[in-house]
Design a protein around this ligand. Structure first.
Ligand SMILES: C[S@@+](CC[C@H](N)C(=O)[O-])C[C@H]1O[C@@H](n2cnc3c(N)ncnc32)[C@H](O)[C@@H]1O
Length: 281
């Protein structure tokens, strides 16, 4: 276990697990391995980029991870916590690009297990580890980490203030919380299923003020907030076609509704950056 992690119970889990179609009860690695084999890659020895089609579990895949990273100043001496780390794709990109240490946190034990295995296979396990826990009870001591990263997860978190309070608690003074999320747009509510929820009652999609208000209520200083993020351009290197259908049931229907919802202004993407004051404990 990562020396910076506290042991503890997972409490207040708001994610509804398999009912949202995310694979906690199936062998997700089997699906990833079948995909890699069909793509002509030895599943035991993938390169990090061989995983991008399936391990970046969010809109616009690897390009969105890189766009989020480009807005930050992460350095190799930092310890970053990735809240809602999924298959660990973003955590591995952060470690690979910035050289930092990353601990991924996710409520779904099956994803945490698979993320760990994939990280060993690409030889990043010296810098990237994972733990099963909730965003609402982060298993780290106070003032322990340099950055909290949260990428397309807050739509699954009802109590956004508790999430922000936990981020504020574990950040060192001067550390940052960065969030990229889908927020409700000005038009009528979207149709479900969506990538993060099969039905509206499982979703905690809120307007753009929700996370901003939460971080300020948690005592963090809002540094930046940008709505209507542009579609990220693909970074240098080969373009990868996302294959989230490999790991998420009903992916086509979810993606179709998401494309419509974006086009009709029912949802939009937001970036939020907040800092813990240097005088804060
Ligand atoms: C859309 S996926 C994004 C995964 C990852 N951030 C990425 O960009 O590839 C959302 C993830 O958040 C996790 N999650 C949802 N609610 C959570 C909570 N309260 N605490 C921790 N993880 C949560 C889910 O299990 C899922 O893996």
């Amino acid at each position: 276990m990562d020396p910076g992690i506290l042991q503890g119970e997972v409490t207040h889990v708001t994610w509804s697990g398999t009912s949202s179609g995310l694979p906690d009860d199936v062998d997700i690695l089997q699906r990833v391995d079948a995909y890699l084999t069909s793509a002509g890659v030895d599943p035991a020895h993938p390169a990090p980029q061989d995983l991008y089609a399936v391990d970046q579990m969010h809109a616009f895949g690897y390009s969105a991870t890189m766009a989020h990273l480009a807005r930050l100043e992460l350095t190799a001496d930092m310890h970053v916590v990735d809240v809602g780390s999924g298959l660990g794709g973003a955590a591995r990109v952060l470690a690979g690009e910035a050289g930092c240490r990353v601990t991924g946190v996710d409520v779904l034990a099956g994803l945490v297990e698979a993320a760990s295995v994939l990280t060993h296979r690409v030889h990043l396990n010296d810098r990237v580890t994972f733990v099963t826990a909730s965003a609402l009870a982060l298993p780290f001591p106070d003032a322990a980490v340099d950055h909290v990263w949260c990428h397309y997860v807050t739509m699954n978190i009802e109590d956004k203030k508790q999430f922000a309070c936990e981020a504020a608690r574990i950040l060192k003074p001067g550390g940052h919380l960065s969030v990229v999320e889908v927020v409700a747009g000005p038009a009528a509510p979207p149709s479900y299923p969506l990538p993060w929820a099969l039905v509206e009652s499982e979703s905690f999609l809120r307007g753009p003020r929700a996370v901003r208000d939460a971080v300020e209520a948690a005592g963090l200083v809002l540094v930046a907030a940008e709505e209507n993020l542009p579609r990220p351009s693909w970074p240098p290197g080969p373009r990868v076609t996302q294959r989230l259908d490999v790991i998420i049931s009903d992916w086509e229907a979810r993606e179709r509704n998401m494309i419509t919802a974006r086009r009709e202004g029912r949802v939009t993407d937001q970036f939020v950056l907040a800092r813990k004051g240097v005088g804060a404990s």
